[in-house]
Design a protein around this ligand. Structure first.
Ligand SMILES: NC(=O)c1ccc[n+]([C@@H]2O[C@H](COP(=O)([O-])OP(=O)(O)OC[C@H]3O[C@@H](n4cnc5c(N)ncnc54)[C@H](OP(=O)(O)O)[C@@H]3O)[C@@H](O)[C@H]2O)c1
Length: 331
């Protein structure tokens, strides 16, 4: 008989948590028991899941005493910092969507198409990378394997859903002329070159997450990476311009094939028909869409990419559930 597992979804009522419920229903993993947690605010909420009614429970210090195999945390960094170590101390493997543990040396940071092998050295917590990093490292890994990456320049165009329910509400409120609560300026009709807090080096935390997480996932701590991250008035799906300098020369057609053959990537690149990745097309999908693939003539072996993905699905919920799938396959 096939072994079955017990999974906790922490932050089940949030944007990522709700999508995680949808993805779990789609995937139908060998999980026989699900428990949904939120803060006291949403505790008691009734949700329909896989044809059954569940009541959302308040997350407490003794929540993991009943024994879980896996927990997906999507409830912010402070909740993860407090509760993920409690869960893992009780034998539950945590897949954490927050930034709390991503750069800890003993915590693997995993994108299943890129570094699935890193799952095996976990010590009870596996980190899910930042949404903008996840979609970027698929094409980067494809190029790195064949051509060796020298330098990466990111410019992002990130959706308001990346800032959770409060981000979506700010978009709707500022569209009606109301004051923002989440972002420092109205996001409606604006592009804000400001995601997360500013640091002493002039970058934002989001920009440094992209730099550091890319290096960790690709296993190249010295990789030259720079980033400018921008919040744009788009509801869902992050778009990214990625400029990549390669060690080796390439033929553009072969490079496009390399990208198209990589798992999880769909190349959408037919400018004659005005076809390139769009947020509205990518929303609701798990793949990373890559287009506008063209040589950067300003350097020796450079290429420009336009990369779009659903930040709530591949950028968070789906990637976390793929990690659980890897863990189940490993057991
Ligand atoms: N949105 C994205 O694109 C994205 C991508 C990658 C990673 N993430 C990360 O995923 C996490 C969730 O993001 P989100 O966009 O889903 O945010 P969200 O829409 O604001 O939802 C937050 C969730 O966390 C729960 N929560 C808050 N405090 C809690 C506590 N003390 N104990 C238990 N549950 C608590 C909330 O429950 P209540 O309903 O009770 O408030 C809600 O279910 C964050 O760490 C975020 O950085 C988000």
């Amino acid at each position: 008989m096939q072994k079955t597992y017990k999974l906790a979804l922490v932050g089940a009522t949030g944007l990522v948590g709700r999508t995680a419920r949808t993805v779990l229903e789609e995937k139908n993993l060998p999980i026989s028991e699900y428990v949904f947690f939120s803060s006291s605010r949403s505790a008691g909420t009734k949700i329909q899941f896989m044809g059954k009614e569940y009541v959302v429970r308040e997350l407490k210090e003794d929540s993991f005493d009943e024994g879980f195999d896996f927990a997906i945390f999507s409830a912010g960094g402070s909740t993860s910092k407090k509760f993920a170590p409690i869960a893992s101390s009780k034998g539950c493997i945590v897949v954490d969507n927050s930034s709390a543990f991503r750069m800890e040396p003993d915590v693997p940071l995993v994108v299943p198409e890129v570094n699935p092998q890193d799952v095996s050295w976990n010590h009870g917590i596996i980190a899910n990378p930042n949404c903008s990093t996840i979609q970027a490292v698929l094409p980067l890994k494809a190029l790195d394997t064949t051509y060796h990456i020298k330098r990466v320049v990111y410019s992002t165009y990130q959706a308001v859903s990346g800032a959770g329910q409060k981000g979506v509400l700010d978009f709707e409120n500022t569209k009606q002329g109301l004051s923002p609560n989440k972002f420092p300026h109205p996001i409606y009709n604006n592009c804000l070159p400001h995601i997360d807090d500013f640091l002493e080096n002039g970058y934002t935390k989001e920009e440094m997450k992209m730099v550091n997480e890319t290096r960790k996932i690709l296993g190249n701590p010295d990789l030259k990476v720079t980033a400018t991250t921008v919040r744009v008035p788009v509801l869902n799906c992050h778009s990214e311009s990625i400029n990549v300098e390669l060690e080796k020369d390439f033929k553009l057609d072969t490079l496009k094939e390399t990208l198209a053959n990589f798992p999880g990537i769909i190349v959408e690149d037919n400018t004659l028909e005005n076809e390139y990745p769009l947020a509205t097309h990518s929303s609701g999908h798990d793949e990373v869409y890559v287009g506008r693939i063209r040589r950067d003539f300003s350097v020796e072996n450079g290429v420009n990419l336009w990369v779009v993905a659903d930040n709530i699905r591949k950028g968070a919920a789906t990637n976390a559930i793929q990690i659980v799938e890897l863990l189940i396959a490993e057991q």
